[in-house]
Design a protein around this ligand. Structure first.
Ligand code: NAD
Length: 440
């Protein structure tokens, strides 16, 4: 497994749990040193135990270089980052191509090289070219096996996925059969659980991942826009989400409004699909609109906060509960909290924050005047406003009485709709949530 991040480490630990011997290559020395000691450099529920158990069972090992790790490998997964390339939205393929080159330099016997990272259409064939050029006599196959796990539920998602997609070279029948056999063996435990495993061509597998993420992002932007509409015309977005979600053609997931989607996948994958589609001469207007709507939403949220604080946040103490882009992860990449806090600090607010696991990863991304707290009550003490940005479970049980006791002014702005407006109102809290009428 090349790359020991959110996807690589989870996949490696789960494959090891299936009983396979797994070698993980991680080039970041801090991550590598932690992993070698059995410490987990990311927050993912249950991952520490899974990694430690499989290290003990000698099925999981960590290496600094591809050269050390691959001699006995029959399958090599590339799970490195594919962040947006500066300026143009394209996925930056530097890490993937570097990994392919390193594999080509050091691989001596047959292996299948599988792309797990989310990559543009054509990448698997490009990887095959890189390898063939560097090591012309090597016998190998390529496959595309995009990963669909969600941070925060990654182990369960890997172990009991809705489906597995495996792209193989269907246009080369002799190669396709061998690749299919090896990939089927790797996922044998899931075959036994009757997980749908779809063997597609390389291009379909590569595109399926973007298609899936962009569809989900579209759903989120849609429900966010409907929430705005509700605020203007008096509808209740919870009722509408319920009403449309019960239609099995629509489905009930991804219909919760919020401050705009973030994370390491949706923002970059929407941009990447937009570029891929533009270059193919078939622009994806829906995905373009989705990304634009989300950018506008993120920019607009801080304006709403300022307005709710009476038009001015200068010298006001604002408490932010939740920094990560969603609960149960420490991932801060593209979190909506980042632009919101920057704007509030620019406007002169004093920002106090609490996040159960995100503080450390947030620090390099937020202004250095932000104060971090380990307890909610300390963060909320004497606040002029309290803002919910991530729906961590521990925020749900806060009562309006408690909040009022802590805060200087009873203003709660809830961008995740975790409280009941009636309950908040009963304690005279000035409460704003998304897309729900104030008067009910
Ligand atoms: P990450 O940044 O957490 O992990 C990537 C790791 O690869 C880093 O630790 C980096 O040091 C390491 N790395 C890079 N080049 C290397 C090399 N040549 N040799 C060894 N290690 C190397 O990223 P991630 O979140 O795990 O995402 C990886 C890929 O999976 C991306 O393409 C992403 O879009 C995709 N994906 C992510 C998620 C998610 O929820 N995070 C879900 C599905 C798919």
């Amino acid at each position: 497994m090349i790359g020991g991040g959110y996807v690589g480490l989870v996949s490696a630990a789960c494959f090891a749990e299936f009983g396979l011997d797994v070698a993980v290559v991680e080039k970041d020395p801090n991550r590598l040193n932690a992993l070698k000691k059995g410490n987990i450099p990311i927050y993912e529920p249950g991952l520490d135990l899974l990694v430690q158990n499989n290290i003990k069972a000698n099925r999981l090992q960590f290496f600094e270089t591809i050269k050390e790790a691959i001699p006995d490998c029959k399958a090599i997964f590339i799970a490195v980052g594919t962040p947006p390339r500066n300026g143009d939205g394209h996925a930056d393929m530097t890490y993937v191509h570097q990994a392919a080159l390193e594999i080509a330099k050091h691989l001596q016997e047959y292996a299948i090289i599988v792309t797990k990272s989310t990559v543009p259409v054509g990448t698997s064939r490009r990887i095959a070219q890189i390898i063939r050029k560097e090591n012309p006599s090597l016998d190998f196959d390529v496959a595309s096996n995009p990963e669909f796990l969600r941070e925060g539920e990654a182990i369960q998602d890997f172990m009991t996925p809705d489906r597995i997609i495996i792209g193989i070279e269907k246009d080369r029948k002799d190669r396709a059969q061998k690749a299919q056999e090896i990939m089927s063996r790797l996922y044998q435990p899931l075959f036994q659980k009757e997980t749908p495993i779809l063997f597609t061509n390389l291009e379909s597998a590569e595109l399926a991942k973007y298609a899936s993420n962009c569809f989900l992002a579209m759903k989120l932007s849609y429900i966010n826009e409907l929430a705005d509409l509700c605020e203007q015309v008096g509808g209740n977005i919870e009722e509408i989400a319920n009403a449309i979600g019960l239609d099995s053609r629509i489905g009930k997931y991804f219909l919760r409004p919020g401050p705009g989607y973030g994370g390491s996948c949706f923002p970059k994958d929407t941009l990447a699909l937009i570029r891929i589609a533009q270059e193919a001469g078939t622009p994806s207007r829906l995905v373009e609109a989705t990304a634009q709507a989300n950018d506008a939403r993120k920019a607009n949220i801080s304006g709403r906060i300022i307005q709710l604080c009476g038009g001015n946040v200068h010298n006001k103490t604002i408490t932010i509960l939740g920094l990560t882009f969603k609960p149960n992860t420490d991932d801060m990449r593209e979190s909506p909290s980042i632009p919101i806090i920057h704007r509030l600090v620019e406007e002169g607010a004093q920002i106090k924050v609490f996040d159960p696991v995100g503080n450390e990863k947030a620090k390099p991304l937020l202004p250095n005047t932000v104060q971090y707290f380990d307890r909610i009550n300390d963060a909320a003490n004497q606040a002029d406003a309290l803002i919910i940005l991530t729906e961590w479970n521990e925020f749900r049980s806060l009562t309006p009485k408690t909040l009022k006791n802590w805060m200087k002014k009873p203003l709660v702005i809830d961008f995740r709709n975790i409280y009941d407006p009636k309950v908040m109102k009963s304690e005279n809290i000035h409460y704003y949530s998304i897309g729900r009428p104030l008067k009910e």
